[in-house]
Design a protein around this ligand. Structure first.
Ligand SMILES: Nc1ncnc2c1ncn2[C@@H]1O[C@H](COP(=O)(O)OP(=O)(O)OP(=O)(O)O)[C@@H](O)[C@H]1O
Ligand SMILES: [Mg+2]
Length: 228
């Protein structure tokens, strides 16, 4: 594989609405090297979530291509996209998106089950990630509603990382956390970047959060601008 986790070419999303076309993302080009940390910053409505859902293969662009870990996705069918999403991408959302009927541990296990990993392998990976994230054993046995927001986000981060993704994507990932927990969460991600070489792309409207990432890009009216 090459040096890039992510290569985005002319990525465009135009939403057709009764009120006319909405140009939510226009000709975005971006290369993200392995191990890079990138923040995309923009105000409400600038296209951040649209951009992230294209990059995360959650929705199809109007045109353009997203290459993940050297694999072009523009010509893939739903099955191919799902496979890349499961194997290569870790998501961290503002609302954590944990499954409420599963314990913390089961939530973290889920992506590995979906990848068809053996029970032995799953156990090993859960142990490794729990250590890396300093996850308290007892929190692993709790259901999401028994955990604080910060604890839930930690479980969500573990779930995003446990399958060794090529890239981790975050959408306002500290949006529901108080400022102290937000800082701890960002510190943790930075540490994981240093220790595991984690590649990260986050979108946020919060300049303070963006400051944790070494590379910053502004999005305005669906267009990307490299800062500095
Ligand atoms: N499914 C959709 N159909 C039509 N228009 C949409 C759709 N999703 C988003 N848009 C429009 O595209 C533009 C970009 O929206 P997007 O949600 O990507 O912004 P955002 O930067 O994530 O905003 P926020 O910070 O409020 O989350 C907005 O004008 C929005 O109204
Ligand atoms: Mg958004």
């Amino acid at each position: 594989m090459g040096d890039y986790s992510l290569e985005i070419t002319d990525l465009t999303k135009i939403y057709k609405t009764p009120g006319g076309d909405v140009n939510a993302l226009l000709d975005a080009n971006l290369m993200v090297k392995k191990g890079e940390q990138v923040a995309v910053i923009g105000p409400s409505g600038s296209g951040k979530s649209t951009f992230l859902s294209m990059v995360g293969l959650l929705d199809r662009p109007t045109r353009g291509d997203v290459m993940i870990d050297g694999v072009s996705t523009s010509k893939l069918g739903d099955k191919g996209l799902t496979e890349i999403r499961r194997k290569k991408i870790g998501f961290i959302f503002q609302q954590y998106n944990l499954i409420s009927t599963l314990t913390g541990r089961e939530n973290i296990q889920l992506p590995l089950y979906l990848q068809g990993k053996s029970l032995d392998e799953i156990d090993k990976k859960i142990n490794t990630i729990s250590e890396r994230l300093a996850l308290d054993e007892k929190f692993l046995e709790h259901f999401p509603k028994q955990l604080s927001g910060g604890q839930q986000q930690r479980i969500a981060i573990a779930r995003a990382l446990v399958g060794d993704p090529a890239i981790v994507l975050g959408d306002e990932l500290t949006g529901n956390l108080d400022s102290k927990t937000s800082e701890q969460t960002m510190e943790l991600l930075k540490e994981l970047n240093e220790t595991m070489g984690l590649t990260m792309l986050i979108v946020t409207h919060d300049m303070h959060i963006a400051e944790y990432m070494e590379r910053k890009i502004t999005i305005r009216d669906g267009r990307l601008y490299e800062n500095g």
